[in-house]
Structure formats: structure tokens, C-alpha cells
Design a protein around this ligand. Structure first.
Ligand code: OAD
Length: 231
């Protein structure tokens, strides 16, 4: 099967107890995106934003990687070709599940970023507004999360991997947020086969060659077994 690029979204962590964004009772039904996930929202009310991510950091720390995260780590360890996981998730369940070749394109809850000098360091469980940067001492610490209007991380490396992919798989993402929602079209253009794994077809579901529908903890381990059997 050669090189595999896997895009993951909130659906892969749902069965670990982490809320998704666009479910009826999901995060974006409880909070306004403009308030907690934009640079303007942070400038207006940093306390609200820091408190929101402190809550999410605590939730992620309590959660455990599930069978889907672990199956992707097994695929990376046992597959002949390259396996790259590109996640939109800001929890650390992929790395705790054993994935090593991993890109957090939307940032990470366990990282803090200096709004002044771009230095990064390990976020404390509870961040505070105006915390100082250990490098430049500016009181400009913020959660290391890519907010709407900001550029996702490592896009060059992601597009380079997609251009070499033989298979592109999207797991548990609703296909509403670009550039990630555009990866399937890019992969198809580059000649990769494409597969969507989700509870239901996503907003870009019709662009995939194939779909596996069902909960990730069942579909992902079954798919990994199948790939490893085929070699
Ligand atoms: P969404 O909440 O938009 O979508 C979650 C997807 O997971 C949906 O398509 C569900 O059908 C699917 N799903 C839910 N439970 C599942 C399960 N047990 N097994 C398989 N699939 C399941 O989350 P994302 O697509 O990840 O960005 O959202 C993308 C981005 O929008 C996020 O990274 C975040 C958000 O705004 C930022 O905060 C920058």
C-alpha cells in the first residue's frame, strides 16, 4: 500500500470522552467560536479564552487513548511504507497511544506560545492571563492553538507528504474546516486512493473513493488489520 497519510479530527477522540465541535451538544453549541477560537476573541477577553482551554486541557489529561489511536500507532510501527498522522486535534491522545510520525496542525493543549517572540514551552495545567514568556519575559503567553484566521502549522510538510501518498484516509472529521477539508481533493489530484472513516459521510464525503461507516474504535482497528494483512 506504500505511503499513507491519515488526517484525524475530533471523532477519533470522541469515544475517549472528549467532546467534538459540531455535534448537537458539542463545543460549538456551548461556546461562540468568535469568543474562544479567534485572535480577536483573545484580545477582547483573554480570561474567557484561557479558562476555556484550561478546561479542555484538564479534560484531555483525564482521557485515555482508545483502540483507534492505538491501531494507528500499530500501523506506523508495522507497515512497510511511511505512515504520517496529521491531526486537527489539540489533545495528546495520538502520542500517548504510541504515534510518533505526527503533526498537530491546529496546535496542542500541552503547549504555550509567546505572542511576542513565538517561543514555545510546556503549558502548565492552569495557564494564567499575562503569564510571562521564559525566553523574552513579555507577559504574552497564550495557548498554542491555531485559531480561526491563523495559519495551520507545518502545511508545507503536509502537502509534501500528500504529494507522495498512495493512500489518504480521513478519520472522524466533519470536513467543514479548511485547509484540512481540502486535503482529499489534493490527494486525489496527486493520484492517491482516498478513504473516509466516520460515523456518517462528512461534508466532503462524496470526494472520497471509499467509506467505512461506524464508530472509530471498531472501524479503525479493523481497517488497520486489513491493511497489515495485505502488506
Ligand atoms: P467536528 O466536531 O466538526 O466533527 C467531528 C466528526 O467526527 C463528525 O463528522 C462526526 O460524524 C465524527 N464522529 C463523531 N464521533 C465519532 C466516532 N465515535 N467515530 C467516528 N467518527 C465520529 O470536528 P473536526 O472535524 O475535528 O479547529 O473539526 C475541525 C476543526 O474545527 C477543529 O480542529 C477545531 C474546530 O473548530 C479549531 O479549533 C481551530
Amino acid at each position: 500500500m506504500g505511503n499513507i497519510v491519515i488526517l484525524t479530527g475530533a471523532g477519533i477522540s470522541a469515544e475517549s470522552g472528549i467532546e467534538t465541535f459540531r455535534a448537537e451538544t458539542g463545543l460549538w453549541a456551548q461556546h461562540r467560536v468568535e469568543d474562544v477560537a479567534t485572535p480577536e476573541g483573545f484580545a477582547r477577553d483573554p480570561q474567557l479564552v484561557v479558562t476555556f482551554y484550561n478546561g479542555r486541557r484538564a479534560q484531555a489529561a483525564d482521557a485515555q487513548p482508545n483502540a483507534a489511536h492505538k491501531a494507528l500507532a500499530r500501523l506506523e510501527a508495522e507497515h512497510q511504507g511511511e505512515v504520517l498522522v496529521v491531526t486537527q486535534n489539540v489533545d495528546d491522545l495520538h502520542e500517548r497511544g504510541g504515534s510518533r510520525n505526527l503533526i498537530h496542525m491546529h496546535g496542542a493543549l500541552n503547549s504555550a506560545l509567546c505572542g511576542q517572540c513565538d517561543n514555545r514551552w510546556e503549558a502548565p495545567m492552569q495557564m494564567h492571563v499575562g503569564q510571562t514568556c521564559p525566553a523574552c519575559t513579555a507577559p504574552a503567553a497564550r495557548p498554542d492553538i491555531v485559531w480561526f484566521g491563523e495559519m495551520p502549522y507545518q502545511m508545507e510538510r503536509i502537502f509534501e507528504a500528500i504529494s507522495r501518498a498512495d493512500l489518504f484516509v480521513a478519520i472522524g472529521t466533519s470536513g467543514n474546516v479548511y485547509p484540512a477539508a481540502g486535503f482529499v481533493a489534493e490527494a486525489a489530484r496527486a493520484g492517491a486512493a482516498t478513504l473516509e472513516i466516520n460515523l456518517e459521510p462528512s461534508a466532503v464525503g462524496s470526494q472520497f473513493d471509499d467509506a467505512l461507516l461506524g464508530p472509530a474504535t471498531q472501524t479503525v482497528p479493523a481497517w488497520v488489520n486489513d491493511i497489515l494483512k495485505r502488506g
